[in-house]
Design a protein around this ligand. Sequence first.
Ligand code: PLP
Length: 377
Amino acid sequence: MQIAQVDLRSDLIDLGIGQPGLPLLPADIIRQAADHRMARDGHAYLQYGAEQGDGWFREALATFISRTHGFAPDPERLFVTAGASQALDLIATLFVPAGSVVCVEEPSYHLALNSLRDHRFQLESLPTDDDGLIIDGLEARLAELRPAMLYLIPTFQNPTGATLPAERRERLVEIARRLDLLLVADEVYHPLGTDLAPPASFGRYVNEAPVLTLGSFSKILAPGLRLGWVQGGAGRIRRMVECGLLDSGGGLNPFVSGLVRSVLELDLLEPHLERLTTEFRARIGAMAEVLNRHCPGVTFSLPRGGYFFWGRLPDGLDASALVPRANALGVGFRPGALFSTRNGLTDRFRLSFAPYDTDTLVEGVRRLGRVLDAGRR
Ligand SMILES: Cc1ncc(COP(=O)(O)O)c(C=O)c1O
């Protein structure tokens, strides 16, 4: 019987998994929050929910965002979702006509690409560097492609870890405004800075430009909650509130919103975030050290937040070709080509420091070193 999406095999250290390991998932916090909420207004949260999401929860969420995302949002500009994936799917349904061109970063989060492919959009990728999306030349390219949406992960990107600097954000928003291009900024890693306080969320622009942001409790509390949010201008929020899905089913995930309302009101999330980032900082340091020692020739930049290392293999080695050998030697990773819309990035790979404790991560990277050794021979 399987409970989780990914069941860890005891003989495999899968550094490809972008999920928190079970010891990081705070069952105690959720139990405390559930007791608190059910003792108060449990019945109300068992009813169909308000379409936009519970107003008390949105107030608590706005307070949390104002402490962690660099600006204070209006709770009326927040819309509650069943996670960022579901939000992206709904946005694609409501705001992006079938057959549209949609632009993404190269590389981008592979599972978002899958979700956009479900809508049969034509995906076009845009070049990035160590600071994320490259803005020079972007406007001319967008004018040529005429996309209906640009999806980007501006902060601690999946898979690269890159964070778009403030000056690029300003220029991008200016371009989106000029071209009337919908920007969807997926910010699920924003509160997970280990060594960088990122620029303010794109949420600050929602009243002045065609911008929507995605947030989620998956990476900062627990993925099984399936709870997230969209921030947007009044018109787009209204369109989401009035959509057929909610007409029939009411607001998305009201019960869990009630629990997380208590997590926020009892001030349990920020200490948890502090624990996560402290733990991740230690894991990043340990992994970087073994990568340097056991994987000579591999290059990477040190993650400053988020969940991932993005590495480059030496001598143009093809990461996908190494997967079978890696599995045989008991280690997994995600090859770069998965994150490309053009089958590029073949010498890149993604490792996550979220799923295992430091000792296991270190052992995984040692095994990776053996895979590379064997690849060179
Ligand atoms: C960039 C990005 N967006 C969204 C998600 C999924 O978020 P959710 O669990 O809220 O659907 C992930 C998970 O890996 C992610 O990396």
